[in-house]
Design a protein. Structure first.
Length: 131
């Protein structure tokens, strides 16, 4: 397994691909991810994650990145709707996702706001807020 220069997942996946590894994504796997940090801490994590990722991408911004930077509410709405659409195809989790939709929308909004800040001003100290 190659060493990536950062803990950002997309960088690690890119390092694996460059090393000749095949990356396979499957929606057949059911994973339960439990991260109980409370709504305030989780909100901060989502903002800082968005800012850190965009701060790295800032070096090579394409048209889609400019859209992300300039329209965070649009991006959050799109991502929330995508999450709900995906959940519809997964009966085991759909009710939970629907009940959580307000929180999901909040977290997508905070992530998108962090991305805007990161694209426009760089990552700042956001990477140090992640774990």
């Amino acid at each position: 397994v190659p060493h990536a220069d950062t803990v950002l997942e997309f960088r690690y996946v890119d390092a694996l691909r460059r090393a000749g590894e095949q990356i396979v994504a499957s929606d057949q796997m059911l994973v339960t991810h439990y991260q109980c940090t409370g709504i305030r801490r989780t909100s901060k994590l989502f903002f800082h994650n968005g800012r850190a990722i965009a701060g790295v991408r800032r070096q090579r911004m394409g048209p889609l990145d400019w859209l992300r930077a300039g329209a965070p509410i649009l991006m959050a709405g799109y991502r929330t709707m995508r999450t709900l659409r995906i959940a519809r195809s997964k009966p085991a989790i759909e009710p939970i996702v629907v009940r959580s939709s307000v929180h999901i929308a909040l977290l997508h909004t905070l992530h998108a706001m962090g991305e805007s800040v990161g694209y426009l001003g760089g990552p700042g100290d956001s990477p140090s807020h992640l774990h």
